[in-house]
Design a protein around this ligand. Structure first.
Ligand SMILES: *Cc1c(COP(=O)(O)O)cnc(C)c1O
Length: 402
């Protein structure tokens, strides 16, 4: 039993079911290695990775810059505590504020949910408790971030959840206007909803949310955990809107696969959390912050923002005219492929034996969130496989719908 090196993917999956808590359902396969935009399973099969650990592996797998940064930092100073500061922690906070282009302060956490938890606690320091969240939202699975997440199946088993949460339809500024008053602490918005299937709001939505929140003295909190750090071809998905939020949360792509989250308080919101109000043992860890600095440095040095726009367009051009594709939503390499029938899960399953990892967040949508370093040739390969799958996956049985 202890000689495990040569177990097959199926044997590892069997062992998984006996040892790992069953919160995620059965794994699709067992991965052992990655390089660039490819991963390999325990049977030696190679996959082109259009999921990237759910929009996490911005530089793909085993990127030399990330390996070097993490190895060097780990062999220099791997962890301290927040009784001490470290150089990469300070450097990353300064760099993030530079990318945001505003005065502010950063709180480092270890995940998206924790970044949001910090932001939620910051909103309580306004003296108000009401938060407006949107239908279709996903902000994480801790009790606080779950309270702002709309999906009933995620929420129901854990109620009562904390807080005074009000719900507004996503993308609808008029509806928001009717809900926000002078007792609301904050409105929390994903600039593009990821888990809901890559849903893009109207162009002027964020500007209107900013105007409404400003008028009522409420904070505008933008959750860029999935959309941020270059995924849309700009540093943040809200950048194009011209708004300045009060709170901005980041995670997923930030560390390129090393767990890290960040809650950025801008201007006055930077001072909401005061000594003793919040904390974390690992948050801002030197290895994680060194990793994030390497990710940002590589995106800048290799001009990946422009590359992301170009490769995203290649997917649009390659898939947009397929008869089973009714729309392609999103920006850059944060794309939703909307299908004419609810076969996204079937396409996802059939993609695996075809050597492609792609995700199906809803019954009729595929999500494409590959490493930002995906090459034009790799995008073309992925498009060819997806077209073949869309040609061959049987239609959903009558009566089913998304
Ligand atoms: C994934 C996600 C989260 C939660 O991040 P975790 O690291 O899984 O806790 C929060 N907000 C958004 C928009 C996300 O996509």
């Amino acid at each position: 039993m202890s000689s495990t090196q040569h177990d097959s993917a199926q044997q590892w999956t069997e062992r998984y079911t006996h040892a790992v808590m069953n919160t995620f359902g059965p794994p699709q396969t067992v991965l052992v290695r990655g390089e660039g935009c490819y991963v390999w399973d325990a049977d030696g099969k190679r996959y082109l990775d259009l999921l990237a650990g759910i929009a996490v592996n911005a530089l793909g797998h085993a990127h030399p810059a990330l390996v070097e940064a993490v190895s060097t930092q780990m062999s220099t100073l791997g962890h301290v505590s927040n009784f001490f500061a470290t150089e990469p922690q300070v450097g990353l906070a300064e760099k993030l504020l530079e990318l945001v282009g505003q005065q502010g302060r950063v709180f480092f956490a270890n995940s998206g949910a924790e970044a949001n938890e910090a932001a939620l606690k910051a909103t309580r320091r306004t003296g108000r408790t009401k938060i407006v969240a949107t239908h279709g939202s996903f902000h994480g699975r801790t009790m606080g971030s779950l309270a702002l997440t709309s999906k009933e199946a995620y929420r129901a088993p854990f109620e009562p959840l904390p807080g005074d949460v009000l719900w507004a339809p996503y993308g609808d500024a008029e509806a928001l206007e009717a809900i926000v008053d002078d007792t609301v602490a904050a409105v929390v918005i994903e600039p593009i909803q990821g888990e809901a299937g890559v849903i893009v709001p109207p162009d002027d939505y964020l500007a209107k949310v900013r105007e409404i929140t400003q008028r009522h003295g409420a904070l505008m909190w933008i959750d860029e955990v999935q959309s941020g750090m270059g995924r849309v071809g700009e540093w943040f998905a809200y950048s194009a809107s011209g708004v300045v939020p009060d709170l901005l949360t980041l995670a997923k792509g930030l560390g390129g696969g090393v767990p890290i989250g960040a809650c950025i308080g801008i201007d006055e919101a930077a001072m909401l959390l005061q000594p003793g109000n919040h904390g974390t043992t690992f948050g801002g860890n030197p290895v994680a912050t060194a990793a994030a600095l390497a990710v940002i440095d590589t995106i800048e040095r290799d001009e990946l923002l422009a590359h992301v726009v170009e490769i995203g367009q290649r997917f649009r051009d390659g898939l947009g005219d397929h008869p089973r594709v009714t729309d392609i939503t999103g920006r850059g390499l944060f794309l939703g492929v909307v299908l004419s029938d609810p076969v996204a899960a079937e396409v996802m399953k059939a993609a695996l034996p075809a050597g492609l990892i792609v995700n199906a967040p809803t019954p009729d949508r595929l999500r494409i969130v590959p490493p930002l370093i995906l090459t034009a040739d790799q995008a073309d390969d992925a498009v060819a496989i997806l077209r073949e799958l869309l040609d061959t996956v049987p239609a959903a049985p009558a009566g089913t719908s998304s």
